[in-house]
Design a protein around this ligand. Structure first.
Ligand code: CA
Ligand code: CA
Length: 220
């Protein structure tokens, strides 16, 4: 750094005034100062990291709440104005009726975003072909919900934790007694397995697995 040497005018001529070295800033920190800074940073990080994750988790939960509502609304809206005959003729489980099985053609309770991508193990090749021949192109293309692109993977709509969104119908009793008043005129409900990624679909029936599920219906 260039040294500052103020010049003072004087009748007898200019002369220089030396700046006291003690008043100039030092070029660095002592080890003790660095340690203090490190400790402060660690304390701040310790407070910030859990807060960051808490905010991230609550934001993911509200995204999912909006998604299950948006998907249910998109399906309900679609069902009031459209009907796909081909799908109705396919025999199967309690989701046999046309309106039900349109959204979960293979009965695995994962909402079928795109039947061309889904492995339709339960229905088999012929039924798969019948569904596609009927003009049905899956939930994403038929109901056209507002879903962020990053949450559509492998033909499925996934929640922020990467788990495919689930769908249930008033007749299949996945949520047992809950179904009696849940789905209204659409007769179905959409849910996410929540942050713990466990629910009845993954085979977990304990209260903890179910407690964080995010459903399109009120569970209170
Ligand atoms: Ca499915
Ligand atoms: Ca869960």
């Amino acid at each position: 750094m260039e040294r500052i040497e103020p010049t003072v005018a004087h009748a007898s001529g200019d002369y220089r005034v030396e700046v006291d070295a003690g008043l100039r800033p030092r070029a660095g920190f002592t080890l003790f100062e660095l340690l203090i800074v490190l400790v402060i940073l660690m304390v701040l990080l310790g407070m910030g990291v859990p807060a960051f994750y808490a905010i991230k988790k609550s934001s993911a939960i509200s995204t999912t709440r909006s998604m299950v509502q948006a998907i249910s609304a998109a399906i309900a809206s679609y069902q009031t104005k459209a009907w796909v005959t081909g799908v109705q003729t396919v025999a199967g489980g309690p989701w046999q009726s046309r309106a039900y099985r349109m959204w979960d053609c293979n009965g695995d309770h994962l909402l079928d975003g795109d039947p061309a991508v889904d492995p339709l193990g339960i229905l088999g090749t012929a039924d798969h072909a019948a569904i596609l021949a009927s003009g049905y192109r899956g939930f994403i293309k038929m109901a056209q919900p507002t879903i962020p692109k990053r949450l559509i993977k492998g033909g499925h709509v996934v929640d922020p934790w990467g788990t495919p969104m689930r769908i249930t119908y008033s007749g299949d009793n996945v949520y047992a007694a809950d179904t009696s008043k849940l789905f209204g005129t659409a007769a179905l409900g959409v849910w996410s397995a929540g942050p713990n990624k466990r629910d009845v679909v993954t085979g977990a029936t304990d209260a903890t697995a179910k407690s964080d599920d995010i459903t399109s219906w009120s569970r209170r």
